[in-house]
Design a protein around this ligand. Structure first.
Ligand code: AMP
Ligand code: ZN
Length: 139
């Protein structure tokens, strides 16, 4: 028996509020929603995070993502929507079964804050070019 809480949700041994299911993926309401309509989309086969996800799992999951987002949009008419996916405890991952968050956004006080501060002086163009070279060498 698995110890993974999201595998248990897929098995049906712990309850969830299902939104969508097909052969490969399962979508359900986040039990502690950041905002109204917060949904999680997961692969049915266990993978911890993006690093051990197969191309097939990724393809099956992201094929369904627009359908889920459009359903949330149609139901609640939020002003925007953040798709969020945490990898590793340092990045805020608490459940180690890959999950994509759909977080509808209503206003500045809707309970969700995401600040991506860009700093155009942090690295030179030469350094960023070298970063790109390094990443390409790992592909
Ligand atoms: P993360 O921090 O990205 O790993 O997100 C984990 C999410 O899973 C959180 O938003 C939790 O509220 C949610 N969560 C944990 N347990 C359950 C559960 N049993 N049913 C639904 N959502 C859950
Ligand atoms: Zn799992």
């Amino acid at each position: 028996m698995t110890a993974c809480i999201f595998c248990k949700i897929i098995e049906g041994t712990i309850p969830s509020m299902k939104v969508y299911e097909d052969e490969h993926v399962y979508a359900f309401m986040d039990i502690m929603p950041a905002t109204k309509g917060h949904v999680l989309l997961i692969p049915k086969t266990h993978c911890e995070n993006i690093y051990d996800m197969t191309e097939q799992q990724a393809s099956q999951l992201f094929t369904v993502a627009p359908k889920i987002a459009n359903a949330i949009q149609a139901e609640f008419n939020p002003k925007g929507m953040n798709l969020l996916q945490n990898n590793g405890a340092f990045a805020g991952q608490a459940v180690f079964h890959f999950h994509l968050h759909f977080i509808p956004r209503y206003d500045e006080t809707d309970g969700f804050q995401l600040a991506v501060k860009t700093n155009d002086e942090a690295y030179t163009a030469e350094q960023i070019t070298a970063f790109a070279t390094g990443i390409r060498s790992q592909l």
